[in-house]
Design a protein around this ligand. Structure first.
Ligand code: P6P
Length: 338
């Protein structure tokens, strides 16, 4: 790793003033997330060698088979963040309800809440495909000195103070924003240090990649079917290609670098869509907008959706502005059932 690259620690210190409410809080928050990510990365990279792959035998509230690594990652992130004395509550794909950090652990007096998908795409682990962690950070809205309550977690995505993901791929990368653009840091596992490898990441305005599970084509809304056929038309000016990894973080990351659109729409099998608003779509939408991209439910910006429940699902269109807008133009041709 050329020593000319800035480390994450140096970057955070240089940009501490950017993070509103700065009292060293961002650095403590980010340091705990990057530490947890190193621990999870270590486990993900040796999955297959030790008995940590496969299903845990339990289901999460979504009714999905919890993978052993899902549970491990959830525990690591929650415990690491708790120990940093800065978070008052958590919500996680792997927790039925939000978690209150108790008063005896100082939780009532902390100001931030963290929502997390500890290991997105974890069903890919057994086949050695990239997976990711997604995190979303808000300032609490309930009074300091009291336990967090649901209002702290049901904030619009526009209120996020920070969001990001870790992608455990051919290299492990942390990509995050605090509202001042998006920066990517690559882990040097030999040193356990993250380096600023991708400063100021930006979605290209348009691209050639569309990412959607076409196996569900017959179940899609007509607008989505029309958009897929638009991408597949013969005319020479549409050199599109389909790339779908089955791991949101990986598809998003590739599309942000190369240009593209990721769509997980409603379908007759998933009438509200599959992805969760609070800890998947909102953080990825914050990143997308900060990187000059766009994120909607096919009609309105994800970040403006008023949440109603912790694990609610929404349809998700995210990526290069021109591609998201093209897909939205097809959705607009048909009546919109809210
Ligand atoms: P399907 C993984 O379970 C996930 O939440 C995303 O990471 C991924 O893009 C999507 O679901 C894959 O879902 O139904 O296409 O297998």
């Amino acid at each position: 790793m050329p020593n000319s690259l800035k480390t994450l620690g140096e970057y955070i210190i240089e940009n501490q003033t950017h993070f509103q409410y700065a009292e060293g809080e961002l650095s403590r928050l980010m340091n705990s997330i990057t530490l947890a990510a190193k621990v999870v990365n270590h486990e993900v990279n040796k999955a297959g060698l030790v008995d940590i792959t496969g299903a845990s035998g339990n289901e999460n509230i979504q009714g999905e088979q919890q993978q052993k690594l899902d549970v491990f990652a959830n525990t690591v992130f929650i415990n690491t963040l708790k120990r940093r004395d800065i978070v008052c509550g958590f919500a996680s794909e792997e927790e039925d309800d939000f978690v209150i950090v108790p008063e005896e652990e100082g939780g009532f007096h902390h100001k931030y809440i963290v929502l997390i998908d500890p290991l997105d795409g974890s069903s890919n682990i057994d086949v050695n495909v990239s997976v990711g962690t997604i995190f979303s950070i808000y300032r609490r809205v309930s009074p300091v000195g009291t336990p967090v309550n649901q209002s702290d977690f049901l904030q619009k995505g526009r209120n996020q103070v920070a969001a990001g993901y870790i992608v455990y791929g051919t290299s492990t990368m942390l990509v995050y924003t605090t509202g001042h653009g998006v920066n990517g840091f690559t882990l040097n596992p030999a040193l356990g240090t993250y380096y600023l490898s991708h400063p100021n990441m930006q979605f290209p305005q348009t691209g050639k990649v569309y990412s959607i599970n076409e196996g569900n084509y017959v179940h899609f809304p007509q607008g989505v079917k029309d958009y897929i056929k638009y991408c597949q038309r013969e005319e020479e000016d549409r050199p599109y290609t389909s790339r779908y990894i089955g791991s949101l973080v990986s598809d998003f990351h590739r599309n942000m670098i190369k240009g593209g659109v990721y769509i997980y729409p409603t379908s007759s099998k998933a009438p509200k869509g599959k992805l969760r608003l609070l800890y998947e779509c909102n953080p990825m939408a914050f990143l997308a907008e900060q990187a000059g991209g766009k994120a909607s439910d096919g009609y309105v910006s994800i970040l403006d959706i008023e949440p109603t429940e912790l694990h609610q699902r929404v349809p998700f269109f995210v990526g290069s502005v021109k591609m998201v807008e093209k897909a939205e133009s097809f959705m607009a041709m048909y009546p919109h059932e809210h």
